[in-house]
Design a protein around this ligand. Structure first.
Ligand code: ZN
Length: 209
């Protein structure tokens, strides 16, 4: 699978999350740009498994590219043919030989809302489904640009509450789109949130699976 010595996907880090029966497994040729990781087959496997475990439907455009900063693991591009999910081949995160552990650290530091190895792609899928949900809603359009939040999250008490309950990224971004994507990723993992969080999620048209 990988060419790292002793590399193995230990335990069951990939079981138990997402990837419904309708989500077909893609291979290297199905994901444009995955050849950028040709020197790291285990990273390609990380990406392919994450796409599947996140439950990204096969008709959803997923592409691998390189960009900076390399701390950005993936991105959602609302302007690209109905919404594209891009994965950053420059991000060291994807080259981890234990992606569950790497994601677990992001969760432990409260940067991310979920410890699932597929969480970064669930976050982007959350943006994509959220964009679908608000498409055509004039409140979510600004200067002709689609998928722009109509407001910030709220005052510092609300932002701090969200940081504690969801993740620092969800709170500090002060952006309803990031809040929605982070809650979506947490729900995918099976987390439950306080009613104040879910009320906001609903108000912001957060998607349901
Ligand atoms: Zn985001």
């Amino acid at each position: 699978m990988g060419d790292l010595q002793g590399h193995d996907f230990r335990g069951n880090q990939w079981t138990g999350g997402g990837g419904g029966p309708d989500v077909e497994r893609r291979d290297v040729r199905d994901v444009m740009g995955l050849h950028l990781m040709d020197n790291a087959p285990w990273a390609q496997e990380n990406v392919l498994r994450a796409i599947q475990a996140a439950g990204i439907p096969k008709n959803r455009d997923v592409v691998v590219e390189r960009w900076t900063p390399n701390t950005q693991l993936a991105a959602y591009r609302p302007d690209w043919q109905g919404g594209q999910i891009a994965i950053n081949a420059s991000a060291e995160h994807w080259y981890s030989t234990d992606l569950a552990k790497a994601q677990g650290m992001l969760r432990a530091e409260n940067i991310a809302s979920s410890s699932r190895p597929e969480a970064p792609l669930v976050h982007e899928l959350g943006h994509a489904l959220h964009h679908d949900a608000v498409r055509g809603n004039p409140d979510w359009t600004y200067h002709g640009r689609e998928y722009t939040a109509p407001s910030t999250l709220g005052d510092s008490r609300i932002r701090e509450m969200i940081s504690r309950a969801v993740s620092d990224y969800a709170g500090w971004s002060n952006d309803p789109r990031e809040f929605v994507a982070e809650v979506f990723a947490g729900l995918h993992e099976g987390k439950t949130y306080p009613s104040e969080v879910m009320k906001l999620y609903k108000e912001f048209h957060g998607p349901r699976r």
